[in-house]
Design a protein around this ligand. Structure first.
Ligand SMILES: C[S@@+](CC[C@H](N)C(=O)[O-])C[C@H]1O[C@@H](n2cnc3c(N)ncnc32)[C@H](O)[C@@H]1O
Length: 306
């Protein structure tokens, strides 16, 4: 979605832009290409490996400052760089290809690795193994159901509970096998490539381990509260839970009234802080989906601060 994001962000040479999700630095590189000598880019990532790689990659780039911080803590940093706010911010949510492909990070159900899934492996936060070995059946059911929309959430949680009594989970493939034994393999179809049966539960665990949805709500607040009038905020999401949060958040900030439908006068105090620029979510082109299968679920929404 890089092309679409850059079209909507409209970067001017002297702008101060914020990349909330640095990752491999593709978006940051494209933004720097649009900025002039006086322009400034501040990029965040909570993953120290991504930050260190990017610091090497951009070592000769004085216009860029990289912070190792979650975007829930970005507001103070942004204010330090400019008290009047930024001219544009972008979120490219979720995990990077690098995180997914690196078995040692523990995100993959296709390659064996330690069951970790923390985007910031340096933190003291619970890993995915801590979650599956210690959380109750009820808690695991809610995680798989609410964050993964897995229909067999309770059965998966029960199977995990039974198996961990004799041997706690430490590896990704081990967990993927338990999930597959409950969810089963989908029947092959000529038209659609089948999803791996562990896809939904792995997504759910990743969201829980990294508190991704809370991060997103606070990150969006930070991006809007530190935006100058006219600044644009672009968000690329990769699953319906994320996109629903982004869509509803933007609708509320665009002044959606929460009064009962038949009340003649609004009393909830709804006030528009933004204009929604993408009336419909923007999807990747067919060509991009062909070239990069991971982009098939991407959805872009863009707003402008009033
Ligand atoms: C999809 S990748 C971004 C890819 C990037 N746009 C590029 O061009 O390479 C998402 C990145 O955001 C980071 N990330 C996810 N949630 C974050 C958060 N709450 N705070 C900071 N970084 C986060 C991940 O660690 C990952 O590196």
């Amino acid at each position: 979605m890089l092309g679409e994001v850059m079209e909507w962000l409209v970067v001017e040479p002297d702008d101060f832009i914020v990349d909330m999700t640095l990752g491999g630095g593709g978006y940051s590189r494209a933004i720097l290409d649009e900025l002039g000598k006086e322009g400034k880019l501040v990029s965040f990532d909570r993953d120290i490996e991504a930050v260190e790689r990017a610091r090497g990659l951009f070592s000769d780039e004085p216009r860029l400052t990289i912070h190792h911080a979650p975007f829930s803590q970005s507001a103070e940093f942004i204010a330090l760089h400019s008290p009047v706010g930024h001219d544009g911010a972008v979120f490219d949510l979720g995990v990077s290809s690098h995180q997914l492909d690196e078995a040692e990070r523990g995100f993959s159900f296709q390659q064996d690795g330690p069951l970790d899934m923390r985007m910031n492996p340096d933190s003291d936060a619970e890993s995915a193994a801590d979650f599956v070995n210690n959380r109750s059946v009820q808690e695991l059911t809610e995680i798989f159901r609410d964050f993964g929309e897995e229909r067999k959430a309770r059965a998966v949680a029960r199977a995990i509970e039974k198996r961990r009594e004799t041997q706690p989970y430490t590896r990704t493939l081990d967990l993927a096998q338990t999930i597959e034994s409950v969810v089963g393999r989908p029947r092959p179809s000529k038209f659609k490539k089948a999803k791996h049966p562990a896809t939904r539960c792995f997504q759910a665990l990743r969201i829980a381990v990294n508190q991704e949805l809370d991060e997103l709500r606070i990150g969006l607040d930070n991006a809007l509260n530190t935006a100058r009038p006219g600044a644009r905020v672009a968000v690329v999401s990769y699953h319906s839970l994320e996109d629903r949060i982004v869509k509803n958040y933007f609708r509320d900030k665009a002044g959606r009234c929460h009064c009962p439908r038949h009340q003649p006068v609004c009393t909830c105090g709804a006030k528009a802080e933004i204009n929604i620029l993408t009336k419909k979510a923007v999807k990747p082109s067919e060509q991009e989906v062909e070239e990069n299968r991971r982009s098939r679920s991407a959805v872009l929404r863009v707003v402008e601060k009033i």
